[in-house]
Each structure stands twice: as structure tokens, then as C-alpha cells.
Design a protein around this ligand. Structure first.
Ligand code: 13P
Ligand code: 13P
Ligand code: MG
Ligand code: MG
Ligand code: MG
Length: 379
């Protein structure tokens, strides 16, 4: 019997800016999922948030991309949106790009990561949930978990992992993906995924038996909407142990708070800070970008957990370093590389500024420029 773990998330409004949802929104979403559990549409569920994004974590027997499950998530987000409108919260319904549900939430705004599995004798799983960043933020950690022996000792030590893993890399601009093998093609993988705004590690399979080990949400909201509508704050599912990376190997890359895109107005780079659930809210400059890690065991579809994995003093130094990096990056103000490059600018006035100035750009030799400017200035 196969079980599917589905995480569907959306930002449908937040209290006092892009900070966190109101508890009544979480209650509204919980009510919808509790009713669905009563009716055996889902086996189990958990509702939480990171920053302003509501996370629906569900288990069921319907497989991925099922209209019942996606429809249920849509209904839960609609209900949480209704609360947001009622309370006049900020950006009510932000990520719901369409009024009507048409069978699948993909491309409609919410982020989706779904993993269908044959439950192993023990099925430890970690779910990651981030705010103020984009799906490509997982590229570096996922690479290190599944392809870097300096991170994951099991790649060297465990015979089941020793052959390596297969990466599905998704090109968000072209909507196409490619399967690549590590370690053989590691440098080619890195050549692509070092551009996290375009090439995203979407799935990882164990090479020895093609077991699906990890899934990342790849929806890029702005590309979908064709305009700025906030960030595509991503989620990921990673299975652990028994011939897969250990939980500690999966958490290890997050001890380095790498720079990701998505801070303030979706337009700045900042460090990704691993935090416990109680700090899964964003304040300083609407950030810095944050991630939580929830540990689970799945037992005949029941969600056992979560344990709040970054709620550990072992990550205190990471958080301290993230604060230092945040301080350093902030001092750049509106300058790159704190601000994203022109091709990534979203909430931006850049096109209209350029339009306004188009007749005032002078292109000529130095002497004439100086003359022209002095003429202009003397008027
Ligand atoms: P124990 O189960 O003996 O604590 O150790 C397991 C282990 O090596 C985890 O990395
Ligand atoms: P989200 O609403 O996608 O979290 O981001 C909004 C933002 O960029 C606030 O500064
Ligand atoms: Mg928001
Ligand atoms: Mg968000
Ligand atoms: Mg967002």
C-alpha cells in the first residue's frame, strides 16, 4: 500500500505586514482538514506556518497531484483567506492567483511538494519549510546532503549510498527537467544549480534502486503570475536513514547560513537562518529568510511528530553567524549584491526609472558630454 505525503503551502494574508498568519487563519485551515480526516479523504495532517506562509502537511492514499487533495488544500486556503478578509489582514489571498479551482493547485499560486512512498519498516522523514526565499534556496543543501561526502559520511561509509544519487534538475524558465547522476556528473550538476533562480533540484533518487529520497516545491509564483506577487517561499521533503542520509547529515548543510534570494520585497539576498518553530516569523527587514525543519515518522500513513529539529543550541552559532551576515548585507542598502541583480528585480521601479530617463541619457564623446552637462546645469 502506498502512502503519499503532500505539503501544500500558501500565503493568504498576514498580521502586521508579511510577518505571520493570524491564529484564526490556522484554525480555519485546521477545521477543513479535520473534517476531511473524519471523512477519510486524508489519513492524517498537521497545520503550521513559517513566516506568513501556511503549511498544510497531509498524508493519504491518493497519490500525487490528486484533485481531492489539491481541492482540499484550496478549500483550506480559501477559508483562511476569508478570515484574513474579515480581520482586514495584510495581503489577504496573496498567493491564490485564480478565483476558481480547476483540479490542481499547481500553477495557481500555492507551492507543492508531494512524495509517494512504500513505507519502510521505519519511515523517518524531514520536512523543511522556508519563508522569504525561493525554491533554488534548497539547491546547495540538497546537493550537499546527497552528493558531498564532506557533508554526508554515508556516501563513503554506507554500501547502499555508495553508488550515489540521481538528481532531477528543473529549468523553471523552459519548464523542462533533466536527470543527472552523481558523483559522475557532479560538476555538470553544479554548473546548472549554481544558478538557483533558474535551475532547481526538484527530486533526488537513490541510484541503487531508484527510491525517491527527496522532493522540492518548484513553483515560481512570479513566473506564473507574470508580475510580482511575493516570493515562492519553498518547501522540501527528505527521507532519512536505512541507506539514505542520516537525519544529522540532512540537517548538517543548514549549519551554514548561505545567501539566498527573497528578503524584503523579494528583492534582496540574505542569509538563510535555521530556527525553531517559535521563531518562524520574520521581523528585521521582513526577514532575514528563515527555515524550520520538522522531523516525523510515518506509520501506516499516520504522522508521528513533529519534532522541532532546529530547536537546538547546536544551531546557535549558525544563527549568530546569520545575524552577522544580515548586518553586513544590510549595510549595502540598495546596492547589489544585497539587492538582487536587474534580471531578478521584481517589486521594482527599475523599468519605469529607465523609461523616465530615456531622453536624458547622453551618448557622445567626453568633451561634448561635459559641455552639454554644463549647459544643462547653467539653466
Ligand atoms: P546510536 O544509535 O548508538 O546513538 O548511534 C547512531 C549513530 O551513529 C547516528 O549517527
Ligand atoms: P512573501 O509574502 O512572499 O513572504 O514576501 C513578501 C515580501 O517580500 C515582504 O518583504
Ligand atoms: Mg506575504
Ligand atoms: Mg512568505
Ligand atoms: Mg511568498
Amino acid at each position: 500500500e502506498k502512502i503519499t505525503l503532500s505539503i501544500i503551502k500558501a500565503d493568504v494574508g498576514s498580521i502586521a505586514g508579511h510577518h505571520m498568519p493570524h491564529p484564526d487563519q490556522l484554525a480555519a485551515a485546521t477545521k477543513i482538514l479535520a473534517e476531511a480526516k473524519q471523512k477519510d479523504i486524508i489519513i492524517d495532517f498537521y497545520v503550521t506556518h513559517v513566516g506568513d506562509d501556511i503549511q498544510l502537511i497531509m498524508t493519504h492514499r491518493k497519490g500525487v497531484d490528486h484533485p481531492d487533495i489539491h481541492g482540499l488544500a484550496w478549500e483550506a486556503f480559501k477559508s483562511a483567506t476569508k478570515v484574513a478578509r474579515e480581520l482586514k489582514l495584510y495581503a489577504a489571498g496573496q498567493d491564490l492567483l485564480s478565483e476558481a479551482f480547476s483540479g490542481n493547485v499547481r500553477g495557481m499560486g500555492p507551492g507543492v511538494a508531494e512524495l509517494e512512498m512504500e513505507e519502510r519498516e521505519a519511515e523517518p522523514v524531514i520536512t523543511f519549510h522556508a519563508d522569504k526565499t525561493e525554491p533554488g534556496a534548497f539547491n546547495m543543501p540538497i546537493y550537499r546532503i546527497f552528493a558531498d561526502p564532506f557533508n554526508t559520511a554515508g556516501l563513503v561509509i554506507d554500501p547502499k549510498m555508495h553508488d550515489g544519487f540521481i538528481f532531477e534538475v528543473y529549468d523553471v524558465f523552459e519548464g523542462r527537467s533533466v536527470l543527472m547522476k552523481t558523483p559522475e556528473e557532479s560538476y555538470d550538476v553544479l554548473a546548472l544549480i549554481g544558478t538557483p533562480g533558474r535551475y532547481i533540484v526538484r527530486r533526488v533518487y537513490r541510484k541503487s534502486d531508484n527510491l525517491l529520497a527527496a522532493v522540492v516545491s518548484v513553483e515560481r509564483l512570479n513566473l506564473t503570475a507574470g508580475r510580482y506577487v511575493g516570493k515562492d517561499d519553498p518547501v522540501a521533503i527528505v527521507r532519512a536513514q536505512h541507506g539514505l542520509p542520516a537525519v544529522g547529515e540532512i540537517l548538517e548543510p543548514f549549519s551554514f547560513p548561505h545567501l539566498v534570494a527573497g528578503w524584503m520585497r523579494g528583492s534582496h539576498h540574505g542569509p538563510l537562518m535555521p530556527v525553531p518553530m517559535r521563531y518562524a516569523k520574520v521581523t528585521r527587514f521582513d526577514g532575514p529568510p528563515r527555515i524550520i525543519a520538522l522531523g516525523w515518522n510515518i506509520s501506516r500513513g499516520r504522522l508521528i511528530g513533529p519534532v522541532d529539529l532546529f530547536d537546538d543550541v547546536a544551531f546557535d552559532e549558525t544563527r549568530r553567524l546569520a545575524e552577522t551576515i544580515a548586518e553586513y548585507m544590510r549595510r549595502h542598502g540598495p546596492f547589489m549584491p544585497h539587492r538582487l541583480g536587474p534580471e531578478e528585480m521584481e517589486y521594482t521601479t527599475l523599468p519605469s526609472v529607465l523609461e523616465k530617463l530615456k531622453d536624458r541619457f547622453v551618448k557622445t564623446e567626453e568633451a561634448k558630454v561635459v559641455k552639454k552637462h554644463s549647459d544643462l546645469l547653467s539653466h
